[in-house]
Design a protein around this ligand. Structure first.
Ligand SMILES: [Zn+2]
Ligand SMILES: [Zn+2]
Length: 373
């Protein structure tokens, strides 16, 4: 190994954080807890770290694996295939439990496919699986993603499994809302909390990652910087969104819509809302509304920052001129009131109120821009 070579293992974007160092210590000492809880905000990279942890436990390069998995051996590849990054682990001893999964009862199929909780029958299945000896590996890893959506009966049953796990079984629970987990479950897990990465660390990681995964980044330095600001320290967000295209271009299109809608009349606004949500909201259309509201928060906050002489904090730096021009068309109290209203709408949509109605009310309250001079 030359001086410039990286270590063999790779804990990913959180390698240098407490979580990465803790995992290194656990694997190094051969004391991996039976239940890990990976917590942190949405998009921070929890699922990625859960997969890497499972990889490290099964990695064939045994000597180095306390530094993280090699990501190249056969077992590592079966858990994460760079060519199909969104694919679930393809290893018989790794199980991912999530809402919407089918159980062993065929008659439940229709019910489960649209479910947003983990039902009791999923835990019954798990109870059976954990009693089986692992097929190929020495250990069986069960990832629960997310662990905060158990049906109450499922939660009780899962607790029993967690209380007396067979030696070969390791659970990795993932959550963005730790407070929703029952204390009885939380107290049985070793918690690793992931925080957003500082900008320099995120930048360094994204350069390395885009090279190994052959994902292209914007060439233009301003757009590259905007990408970092959009990510807000969340490598998981970047992984998902860069694979789907260029987040800066997508955001620009969302802002074009926001500007157009602010200038449009009532009928056009309601029409747009119907196109977005449809007559009855589906989980997919609600997710779309949440994305739009995230973009709107960023956009209206940029206008407000510009108004209040805080342009250093702008997110959409590639649109600086447009922000200057449009911010001048509003008064500051109008901007801050509307920003608050977007936040309230986001909270309502997250809590499951009628997304169409919430969006309609918001759209009808967009402050009117003054006529450009
Ligand atoms: Zn490996
Ligand atoms: Zn079922």
């Amino acid at each position: 190994m030359t001086a410039s070579a990286q270590t063999v293992g790779d804990w990913g974007p959180h390698a240098a954080s407490l979580a990465g160092r803790t995992l290194t210590a656990m694997l190094g000492s051969g004391r991996m807890p039976h239940a890990l809880l990976i917590a942190g905000p949405s998009g921070v990279g929890k699922r990625d770290l859960a997969i890497r942890t499972a990889q490290a436990m099964l990695c064939e390069s045994v000597e180095q694996r306390s530094d993280g998995p090699c990501r190249e051996c056969r077992n590592c590849r079966r858990l994460h295939d760079p060519a199909q990054p969104s694919l679930d682990p393809q290893h018989v001893d790794i199980e991912v439990v999530r809402p919407g999964q089918l159980c062993e009862n065929r008659e439940h199929d229709n019910r489960h496919a649209r479910e947003t909780i983990i039902p009791i029958c999923a835990i019954r299945r798990l109870e059976r699986i954990v009693t089986l000896t692992p097929f190929e590996a020495k250990q069986r890893v069960i990832i629960i993603d997310p662990a905060d959506v158990f049906h109450p009966a499922a939660s009780d049953a899962f607790l029993k499994t967690l209380e007396e796990p067979p030696d070969s079984v390791h659970f990795i629970l993932i959550t963005a809302q730790q407070e929703l987990l029952p204390e009885t479950i939380r107290s049985r897990c070793r918690a690793l909390t992931l925080a957003p990465l500082p900008p320099k660390q995120l930048d360094a990681w994204i350069d390395r990652w885009s090279e190994t995964e052959q994902v292209s980044l914007p060439d233009d330095p301003e757009r590259r910087a905007e990408l970092g600001r959009l990510a807000r320290g969340r490598p998981g967000w970047l992984q998902v969104n860069l694979r789907e295209g260029d987040p800066v271009t997508l955001r620009a299109a969302q802002i074009d819509d926001a500007v157009r809608i602010a200038e449009s009349d009532r009928a056009e606004r309601l029409n747009w809302s119907e196109q977005l949500v449809g007559r009855a909201a589906t989980p997919q259309s609600v997710a779309n509304v949440e994305l739009i509201l995230e973009a709107w928060t960023d956009w209206w906050r940029d206008l407000w920052l510009q108004q209040t002489d805080q342009a250093d904090g702008l997110i959409h730096i590639s649109q600086r001129e447009r922000i200057q021009r449009i911010a001048a068309l509003y008064d500051q109290p109008e901007l801050s009131q509307f920003l608050e209203m977007i936040q309230r709408t986001r909270a309502l949509v997250r809590r499951g109120v009628n997304a169409r109605l919430a969006l309609d009310v918001l759209l009808l309250n967009i402050p009117a821009p003054r006529e450009s001079p």
